[in-house]
Design a protein around this ligand. Structure first.
Ligand code: HAM
Length: 433
């Protein structure tokens, strides 16, 4: 029995990876003052058919529910956000800085970096028209990538402006009805043979290729770049008018993050959508808005291919998962004493395991090692003392069992293990003092 195509089982290692990714996302979002929210997994299909654009609508997981409603699993979060913000407009002071980690569903062809479900970190700013908000979001995107250990040699954020292209199309007197088609063609131009793009662009092919090859003038993008430079992020970003984004609702600055090698699909993408809230609320609420999403699938691939990022993740996961203590029950008559002690250690927040049924001592030490335990505490002939063995250094000593919880060397070994890690890798669950 296999999962459906494009869907994943999350075995313990996959869950550990997912938790690690989510923890970094949450940490950095909070550093930027974003607060977490969420919406429903199922929405009316019309929420997406209205404004997201043909590509995403073709990829909807949609059906008719038992109440005859046309519904769809969310392919993205932005339309839900626009709906929620319009409905609760008066309850919150602007600008809103909200983040969320939804699981999204798109019925697309399964390929490298693309599945039928994925998790996305979304960050959006609602109610701020200034370009400083665009800068803040791009900076957040860069810092999220840095939190995984990536440098400017590993990743790049390519920034563009749809307004630049819309001005261009206006100057060339192209009817508004054709704008989306041209923007889609520019979006696809990098992945398509030139002749195919040229035939989609028609008479505009020549001037558009000139801009794509040689760049264009945009005062807004120059200002944005200067501001990112001021934040020390210049080497992570690049102006690139070839980015216009596939989704139809974007209206201004847009950006996408990629691996430098250009081997993978986009790690993240987003931009300004100043008209979406107004359009989805039929004019009831109008607010400038911008945001982006970073997916877990491509990110996971790039972490796997980048030694520094991979090591950072493995260390953090090991620290999070490994046991503090494995209790070795060498004499079965000591089992009840051992269990009483195990309970006290767990009450203090230590991660403790032990053999549920009688087992040879050698096997128990093997289990301790496999589970990454830092200490083994042996309940056996030495009773009422217990033997404490540091499984890393091999040091061992006898401690009276009544003193175990107060034994400073034993407890400092455990504390040191977590505190020696940089703050962003530390387990955030409460640790015993
Ligand atoms: P998007 O570019 O469609 O934007 O998706 C954002 C990211 O989600 C992509 O860069 C990619 O990493 C990941 N992703 C998308 N589809 C898949 C898939 N089928 N499998 C795996 N990963 C995928 C949006 O969704 C916008 N709503 C983002 C946004 C938020 N704009 C404003 N606020």
């Amino acid at each position: 029995m296999q999962p459906l195509p494009g869907f994943r089982d999350f075995l313990p290692n996959d869950c550990a990876t997912r938790n690690y990714v989510f923890a970094r996302w949450r940490e950095v979002a909070r550093r930027y003052g974003f607060v977490e929210w969420d919406g429903p997994v199922l929405e009316p299909t019309a929420l997406y058919t209205k404004k997201s654009g043909p590509e995403i609508v073709a990829q909807l997981f949609n059906f008719i529910d038992k109440g005859d409603r046309e519904v769809a699993m969310r392919p993205e979060l932005t339309p839900t956000l626009a709906r929620v913000v319009a409905a609760h407009d008066r309850e919150f002071k602007k600008p809103l800085k909200w983040f969320s980690i939804p699981q999204c569903f798109r019925y697309e062809k399964q390929q490298r970096g693309r599945l039928r479900e994925h998790y996305q970190f979304n960050a959006d700013v609602i109610g701020e028209a200034s370009v400083e908000a665009d800068v803040e979001l791009i900076a957040l995107c860069v810092d999220l990538l840095r939190a995984f250990g990536f440098t400017a040699e590993d990743v790049v954020v390519r920034i563009s402006d749809r307004e630049f292209w819309i001005d261009f199309l206006r100057t060339h007197n192209l009817p508004e009805a054709q704008w989306q088609e041209i923007l889609q063609a520019i979006d696809k131009s990098e992945r398509e043979p030139r002749e195919k793009t040229a035939s989609r662009l028609g008479p505009l092919a020549e001037p558009i290729f000139k801009i794509l090859d040689e760049g264009g003038q945009s005062e807004k993008l120059d200002r944005l770049l200067a501001s990112l430079k001021n934040r020390g992020m210049a080497e992570f970003v690049k102006i690139d008018l070839g980015i216009v984004r596939g989704l139809a609702y974007y209206s201004g600055v847009v950006f996408e993050a990629f691996d430098r090698g250009g081997k993978l699909r986009a790690l993240a993408g987003g931009g300004r959508y100043d008209n979406l809230i107004q359009q989805l609320s039929d004019g009831a609420v109008s607010l400038p808005a911008l945001g982006f999403a970073m997916g877990d699938v491509v990110l996971g691939e790039l972490i796997g291919e980048t030694p520094v990022a991979k090591k950072k993740m493995e260390e953090a996961i090991a620290d999070h998962q490994n046991l503090d203590i494995y209790v070795v029950i060498a004499k079965e008559e000591r089992r009840a004493d051992a269990l009483a002690q195990i309970q006290s250690l767990r009450d203090r927040g230590h991660r403790v395991d032990f053999p549920l049924t009688p087992m040879k001592v050698g096997k128990q030490f093997q289990a301790a090692e496999q589970l990454g335990a830092r200490l083994a505490i042996l309940f056996g002939d030495e009773w009422p003392q217990v033997k404490v063995k540091d499984l890393k250094t091999g040091d061992q000593k006898l401690v009276p069992q009544t003193e175990l919880l107060n034994d400073s060397t034993t407890m400092s070994t455990l504390r040191g293990r977590t505190n020696s890690l940089p703050p962003d890798l530390r387990d955030s669950s409460p640790r015993p003092e």
